[in-house]
Design a protein around this ligand. Structure first.
Ligand SMILES: Nc1ncnc2c1ncn2[C@@H]1O[C@H](COP(=O)(O)OP(=O)(O)OC[C@H]2O[C@@H]([n+]3cccc(C(=O)O)c3)[C@H](O)[C@@H]2O)[C@@H](O)[C@H]1O
Ligand SMILES: Nc1ncnc2c1ncn2[C@@H]1O[C@H](COP(=O)(O)OP(=O)(O)OP(=O)(O)O)[C@@H](O)[C@H]1O
Ligand SMILES: [Mg+2]
Length: 277
């Protein structure tokens, strides 16, 4: 099946997909970026956490195109919430791209944190963010030990909505797909040969059982991407965005709220202005 047939399913409020020629250029731009980042760090290669989801799968394919299979090490890190299907997909991705990978059970590490601060894990988000941050520590443990950098898998849609854990999956050395909306990541995934079932998989952070990104965000990714592109990244007012996309004012307001409330995640931690003494 051709890529265009694969991705033509369903209708999107705004088509942000690249032409075939653009897609080749995006591929080369991103693989050059990965190679340059490793080179600039004077590192031997890169580390990536593999979840079986489309973002990490796409970055793994691009990184192997950039660095060769020896240049990338995968970490598959199941916790109590991850489904067996996702974890076996993550291993399948590592095998498909031919990289060495480790499978590390994170629950004992996370449990040590829960025991260290009794009661804090009663808050579901606090508990879930610990697992995400445990994975970040392990990524850096592997990177430090092997002289590698940590590849992020964050995309533009997640960055603009703050849909990541601060110093968790956001703790990385670079974000190769960080300028691409989710819709474009899906297209690039098909372009680099990611199997169809992974391209079409429902995005999930797997913070808790049954979680889906779209349910938690309150919008489907195609609508989110469209509002981000026209209103947050683009020049259109709320009213013009509503007219252009056929979305509701409430949907635009939701995107604005996500964007505004997550500004702190896109900035260096602030310090007071320098005092002249
Ligand atoms: N205005 C502000 N200025 C400075 N700092 C501020 C702040 N507001 C909160 N904070 C700090 O940020 C913390 C909250 O941020 P954070 O710890 O990230 O936690 P939070 O944003 O509450 O939760 C993480 C979100 O990202 C989603 N996520 C996580 C991981 C992976 C994925 C995925 O797509 O795979 C998605 C997750 O489902 C959830 O919606 C606060 O505890 C506080 O320390
Ligand atoms: N169980 C896991 N093992 C290893 N890495 C993980 C695991 N869960 C999450 N990660 C890392 O955290 C990143 C953020 O998760 P996220 O869900 O946004 O991406 P994804 O799973 O690759 O794609 P999707 O958003 O479509 O589910 C992943 O891309 C991966 O690098
Ligand atoms: Mg996921």
């Amino acid at each position: 099946m051709s890529e265009s047939v694969l991705l033509d399913e369903g209708s999107t409020p705004l088509d942000l997909r690249f032409s075939d020629a653009e897609l080749d250029r995006v591929h080369d731009h991103v693989t050059d970026f990965i190679a340059e980042q490793v080179d600039a760090a004077g590192a031997e290669g890169a580390v990536i956490g593999l979840s079986g989801g489309i973002d990490s799968t796409t970055v793994a394919h691009l990184a192997v195109d950039a660095l060769g299979a020896d240049g990338l090490r995968g970490l598959v890190m199941p916790g109590s919430v991850n489904t067996d299907e996702n974890m076996s997909d993550a291993e399948r991705v590592a095998e498909d791209v031919g990289i060495e990978y480790d499978v590390i059970e994170i629950e004992p590490v996370a449990e040590a944190f829960y025991d260290a601060l009794p009661g804090a894990a009663d808050d579901r988000m606090a508990e879930s963010n610990v697992r995400v941050r445990v994975r970040a520590v392990l990524n850096y443990f592997a990177a430090n030990a092997d002289d590698r950098i940590v590849l992020g898998t964050g995309n533009r849609s997640e960055a603009l909505t703050g849909y990541f854990t601060k110093y968790g999956d956001g703790a990385v050395d670079c974000n190769p797909i960080g300028t691409l909306y989710k819709q474009q990541v899906r297209q690039l995934a098909a372009h680099v040969g990611v199997p169809r079932d992974l391209v079409m998989k429902t995005p999930s952070a797997e913070m808790w059982r049954g979680q889906t990104d779209e349910e938690e965000l309150g919008l489907d990714y195609d609508t989110l991407d469209a509002v981000l592109a026209l209103h947050v990244d683009g020049p259109l007012s709320t009213a013009a965005t509503v007219r252009a996309l056929g979305v509701t004012e409430a949907q635009v307001a939701r995107v604005e709220e996500l964007y505004e409330s997550s500004k702190h995640k896109r900035a260096m931690p602030p310090a007071p202005a320098e005092l002249s003494l």
